[in-house]
Design a protein around this ligand. Structure first.
Ligand code: MCA
Ligand code: AMP
Length: 506
């Protein structure tokens, strides 16, 4: 029975004896062994009663077993819903209930806190730890591995990835098999991945970048990956001589450049470094080339669209740009007010269309209609222009969004919490330059008349409800917020006022 994503990415593993996954201790997992892990997961999902199209939420630490959950879900036709490991139980509750997930897999360290949440949302909770143990692994050991994959068509939903919104409510981006597969095919060709490639995989696997871009390309090309649990510069440096490629967010590259062991000799075996998820500073690009002789290949993508543009493999990788539209992807620049296409060179909203563009937001037809045009163009909310040579440059964002270390943080979500805090009249959350993360989160609060808000207590309390990476690194108290004549908070003025906040403290 057809299952295009499984057929292209996972079925070829059955015949493969060579290593697919290399673990930090040097243990190798061959392609066929990894396939057996996926088939066992798929068998377990079916035995638990999950049908094709049902949702499975996963909040587990990165490991080969965690990656096999993705393969197992694809094989069983179950919709994969990965969650950031930093999300608090409150945050997980929203995703579980919104998606109507039937199963939640979590680390044992979180199981006690998540049990009531899963219960409330009608999801079954099972444990999978980074060492491969837990109630889910025990269950997998008792079931028959799935033999034939579930029947799926390319238009069927493969994954649900939540992205926050400017209104504070997260939206589930529905990604079809075709969205994922077409992008993997395009990128594998564009970046020349082959069976000889060994990717240093240090990104989290709950986002498009680490899960789909990195993993799907390696699977499709028949290459291998060194699976590191997280960014660890020592491990990166240790493994670099075995690798051919690295995919990272800009913080990967600034941290590598901060290390004197990162030299031209160390990268002698490498053929490609890619960067995305956040803007790569031109100075990082230049310093990287001076140190290594390699030009970082920067590309641009979104959860809703997978990858849209890329600098060329051959040809000039132009610093400060995100390159050309990928084959099969149309990019245009439109007027924010009218939606009319603007002449080449002018700045406007980037809109994209192609097989890479998602199916819409889960059970949010109005939001889908507001961002995905009837003719298939998706309104990214990124501001950009296309120059005479066709290079796309992102110059800013129309959406109120902070990107710290490649994680998206929507100020509205934090402001809603701050506004409720004791002694706080109102708040504004901004992103300002951060030497390590690109942007850092800063909160500005205005006290109620006569109140003296306890900023430390407010931040500590926020951390119990919001993932730590969203919690402002500091709270500044101001008598009022700058507003324009329409009453809208002028965040640009706040960003100017506090632009040295993190850099002066580095
Ligand atoms: C960790 N912390 C952060 C971040 N990461 N704060 C803000 N932004 C972050 N990105 C905080 C933690 O909450 C903790 O705070 C402290 O920093 C140390 O945490 P730790 O886990 O040790 O940090 P780290 O290992 O140094 O991680 C930094 C990192 C990581 C390497 C930049 O965040 C990372 O791997 N980012 C990649 C994100 C990514 O893959 N993005 C793709 C999504 P406290 O001390 O208060 O507890 S975008 C996407 O997929 C689109 C499609 C695209 O285009 O790619
Ligand atoms: P996400 O919603 O997590 O998928 O993040 C997507 C957003 O990350 C995009 O809308 C851009 O604002 C930003 N982004 C991704 N890649 C780049 C890049 N190379 N340069 C600048 N911004 C980027």
């Amino acid at each position: 029975m057809p299952n295009p994503l499984y057929d292209a990415l996972f079925a070829p593993l059955i015949e493969r004896r060579s290593a697919l996954v290399i673990l930090p201790d040097g243990t190798e997992i061959s392609g066929d062994a990894f396939h057996a892990m996926c088939a066992r997961v798929a068998g377990a999902l079916a035995a638990l009663g999950l049908q094709p199209g049902d949702r499975m939420a996963v909040q587990v630490e990165k490991s080969a077993d965690a990656l096999a959950l993705y393969g197992g879900a694809v094989m069983a036709g179950v919709v994969f819903l990965p969650l950031n490991t930093a999300y608090t139980p409150d945050e997980v509750a929203y995703f579980l209930s919104d998606a109507g997930a039937k199963l939640l897999l979590a680390d044992s360290a979180k199981a006690a806190a998540l049990a009531p949440v899963a219960d409330r949302c009608g999801a079954r909770l099972m444990v999978l730890n980074a060492d491969g143990r837990g109630s889910f692994a025990d269950f997998c050991a008792t079931v028959e591995p799935m033999r034939a994959p579930a029947d799926r068509a390319e238009g069927d939903l493969a994954a649900l990835l939540y992205t926050s919104g400017t209104t504070g409510r997260s939206k589930g981006a529905m990604l079809s098999q075709k969205n994922l597969l077409s992008n993997a095919e395009v990128l594998t060709r564009a970046w020349r991945f082959t069976a000889q490639d060994v990717l240093l995989h240090a990104l989290p696997i709950f986002h498009t970048h680490g899960l789909f871009v990195a993993t799907n390309i390696v699977l499709l090309a028949g290459g291998a990956m060194i699976l590191l649990p997280k960014l660890d510069i020592d491990a990166l440096i240790r493994w670099m001589p075995r690798a051919t490629s690295l995919m990272g967010v800009p913080t990967f590259y600034t941290r590598l450049l901060d290390d004197a062991r990162f030299t031209r000799d160390l990268v002698a075996h490498m053929r490609l470094f890619t960067s995305g998820s956040a803007p790569l500073l031109a100075e990082t690009h230049v310093a990287f080339e001076a140190r290594t002789g390699h030009r970082i290949l920067e590309r641009y993508g979104m959860t809703e669209t997978n990858m849209n543009t890329s600098n060329p493999y051959d040809g000039e990788r132009r610093a400060g740009t995100v390159g050309f539209p990928l084959p099969g992807v149309e990019v245009k620049v439109t007027d924010p007010e009218t939606g009319a296409t603007l002449p080449q060179g002018e700045i406007g909203i980037l809109e994209v269309r192609g097989d890479n563009v998602f199916m819409g937001y889960w059970q949010m037809p109005e939001k889908t209609a507001a961002e995905l045009r009837a003719d298939g163009f998706f309104i990214t909310g990124d501001l950009g222009r296309i120059d005479d040579d066709g290079y796309v440059t992102i110059v800013g964002r129309q959406k109120d969004l902070i990107i710290a270390g490649g994680y998206n943080i929507y100020p509205k979500e934090i402001e809603l919490e701050l506004d409720e805090a004791e002694g706080v009249k109102e708040s504004a959350v901004i992103g300002v330059p951060h030497p390590d993360l690109g942007e850092g989160v800063l909160g500005v609060i205005v006290p109620l008349p006569g109140a003296r808000p306890d900023t430390a207590a407010i931040l500590a309390d926020l951390g119990t409800r919001l993932a730590r990476f969203k919690v402002p690194r500091a709270l500044v108290v101001l008598p009022d917020l700058p507003r324009n004549t329409m009453g809208k908070v002028q965040k640009n003025l706040l960003r100017d006022q506090f632009r040295d906040w993190f850099t002066s403290r580095a």
